[in-house]
Design a protein around this ligand. Structure first.
Ligand SMILES: Nc1nc2c(ncn2[C@@H]2O[C@H](COP(=O)(O)OP(=O)(O)OP(=O)(O)O)[C@@H](O)[C@H]2O)c(=O)[nH]1
Length: 599
């Protein structure tokens, strides 16, 4: 066990792409925590998908041994935090386990929306913060300007900001020295009863559930019987260890240390993040404050394209949920799509990650229905119901009013694009709350309906600002509005998977856009197909897809039967990617594309 005075626990906060992972890799590499040969690029982003998308999702930890310039040996524990808005809650959680943060800002870019959001989590967690200006090897680096911006916008002293190139290695040793000398040592009592914070947990197919812990007081040893204070469950600890960054077993963890335990726990759901772990017999006096579990905010239906794959899909979803307590699911049946699952996610990125993993790792073709938020339906009898799926909207005669979730969105954008951003927010029913300037960049704060943001707001924002805007949001509560359910009818049959909740004033425009899109997306059939948008029984937009006989074999002359057969088979395979609604085939991409808004 390391004495408290020689431990430093920290996290790195940054906007996406400002170099957090590269810096973490450098710190690990320069302290020989892993050999060059073992060093993979972006070591901390372990999942394939993370590496591919270049984003960090699950918090990871690494223990670094560092001999400082004063000759003393220190243990530095880095908890890596996710960078994307969807996972903001996990960021604030893992910050509670450490005492300090490195605030990494790209010196060619400056402070961005997620720099702000993440640094606020660090400030809330009472962290000592060391500003690090990264990418100083680039000609566009402007350290003085960015340091000034950190002081103006965030309000922390940046006069001693460390100038670093995580790429070339310049400033890495200064960073390590700053961790040792500028961040505080953890506090804790060695001979007190065990009090440990459950920081995170995930499922490993060999070891079962792995629990990341931060010891506050006392000592955790292999073979101990521990108690989870929230539900009182008792477990036998069969392994204790640290991440270097691979798992290395050790015998005990003392106060201030961060490591993992395994205790034959079957499911991630049996471990509540934020829970206090103590000994079965010698219980600590008071539990730690604990965290709220993160709640899914976006829901959508996942259906197999081929209904024979339903059981495979169930299997895939159950396995993914084992490792991700914030992902929820229940079985759903849709008149149009058959059996599938209604799934809840922390945000759109979370949805995309899970969907991609099902498609890629389990090889199941999926139909994803329109993402929806949770509406509150206030019934005439005074009760309130949650609506997770527009298809379940009750009969309007019993409904008094509807409420929708709203967010506070903070957007940082260069002046030149401000007009476009304001228009986009206005188009999405936003209410402007604030507009301030920091140099040539504007910071706008909008109150927006989450419903208008979940689908493609982030993509639109990126495209209207050519990628220069940064965005962050937090939920602020529910507000009543004039919301209605819009149905889409294809060949006079309602397609429940295309039902959406819309604001009454936007219904015509949205309905028109959807039927026009569907007209392009649905292939012609041998009969005329009306495509309609309707509210209640009233049609508000209509298009007609004219008939055509599509005989793919017509081009083949006479006798070549094998070629004809091949073509027909190809057509059949193409059909597998479609879904039949009544007599009409709808291609799977139509379900998502039809809902994309252009404004
Ligand atoms: N020139 C230069 N490029 C850098 C430096 N540090 C990081 N980069 C590059 O910047 C890009 C983003 O770096 P990452 O470390 O992936 O950024 P991140 O903040 O971890 O991003 P997320 O994992 O998505 O949150 C990569 O292409 C890096 O190679 C640097 O000091 N100089």
């Amino acid at each position: 066990m390391t004495p408290l005075s020689h431990i430093r626990n920290f996290s790195i906060v940054a906007h996406i792409d400002h170099g957090k992972s590269t810096l973490a890799d450098r710190l690990i590499q320069s302290t020989n925590t892993v050999s060059e040969r073992e060093m993979k690029e972006q070591m901390l982003d372990s999942m394939d998908i993370e590496r591919e998308r270049g984003i960090t999702i699950k918090a990871q930890t690494v223990r670094i041994n560092y001999t400082a310039r004063n000759g003393e040996d220190y243990v530095l524990n880095l908890i890596d935090t996710p960078g994307h808005v969807d996972f903001a809650y996990e960021v604030s959680r893992s910050m509670r386990a450490v005492e300090g943060s490195l605030l990494v800002v790209d010196s060619t870019q400056g402070v961005e929306a997620q720099t702000l959001a993440n640094v606020y989590h660090a400030i809330e967690a009472d962290h000592e913060i060391v500003p690090v200006l990264n990418k100083i090897d680039l000609p566009a680096a402007d350290c003085d300007r960015v340091a000034e911006q950190i002081e103006d916008v965030i309000g922390i002293d940046a006069s001693e900001a460390i100038r670093v190139s995580a790429k070339t290695g310049v400033g890495i040793e200064d960073t390590l020295e700053a961790i040792v000398h500028r961040l505080p040592a953890p506090k804790g009592t060695l001979d007190a009863p065990l009090k440990a914070m459950l920081v995170d947990s995930w499922y490993d197919s060999y070891l079962g559930v792995i629990v990341l812990v931060r010891i506050m007081d006392g000592v955790l040893k292999k073979g101990d019987r521990i108690r989870m204070m929230q539900n009182g469950s008792v477990h036998h600890v069969d392994r204790i260890g640290v991440f270097r960054p691979g798992m290395v077993e050790i015998d005990a963890l003392g106060p201030g240390e961060i490591g993992f335990l395994t205790a034959s726990i079957k499911q991630v759901r049996d471990t509540r993040v934020g829970d206090t772990i103590t000994h079965e017999k010698k219980v600590c006096d008071k539990a730690l404050p604990g965290f709220k579990p993160s709640q899914p905010v976006v829901f959508c239906g996942l259906f197999p394209v081929d209904s024979a794959e339903f059981e495979d899909l169930r299997d895939a979803i159950e396995k993914l949920a084992l490792n991700d307590a914030s992902f929820s699911f229940e079985m759903e049946t849709s008149a149009a799509l058959g059996f599938g699952f209604r799934c809840g996610f922390l945000g759109l990125l979370h949805l995309e990650v899970i969907r991609d993993r099902i498609v890629r790792e389990y090889d199941i073709d999926l139909i994803t229905t329109a993402p929806s938020v949770i509406y509150h339906i206030h019934m005439k009898d005074g009760t309130m119901r949650e609506l997770h799926n527009p298809a379940d909207m009750p009969d309007l005669t019993h409904v008094d009013h509807l409420e929708e979730p709203r967010i506070k969105a903070t957007i940082l954008v260069p002046d030149d694009y401000l007009g476009d951003v304001l228009k986009l927010c206005q188009d999405r029913r936003g209410i402007q709350q604030d507009l301030t300037y920091a140099g040539s960049r504007a910071m706008v704060v909008y109150d927006l309906p989450l419903n208008e943001v979940v689908f493609d707001f982030y993509d639109r924002l990126k495209s209207v600002t050519k990628g220069y805007a940064s965005f962050d949001y937090q939920m602020i509560g529910y507000r009543q509005d004039n919301l209605v359910k819009m149905q889409i009818l294809v060949n006079d049959e309602p397609v429940d998977a295309l039902s959406t909740m819309v604001h009454r004033d936007r219904a015509e425009t949205r309905g028109r856009a959807m039927v026009e899109k569907l007209k392009d997306l649905i292939p012609r059939h041998m009969f005329k197909i009306p495509i309609q948008a309707a509210i209640g029984g009233k049609v508000i937009a209509r298009e007609t897809l004219s008939a055509m006989r599509k005989d793919v074999t017509a081009k083949c002359y006479g006798g070549d039967a094998t070629r004809k057969k091949k073509l027909l088979e190809k057509q059949k395979a193409g059909k597998k990617k479609m879904r039949q609604f009544g007599k009409v085939d709808i291609p799977q991409e139509a379900f998502i594309s039809a809902l994309k808004m252009d404004g």
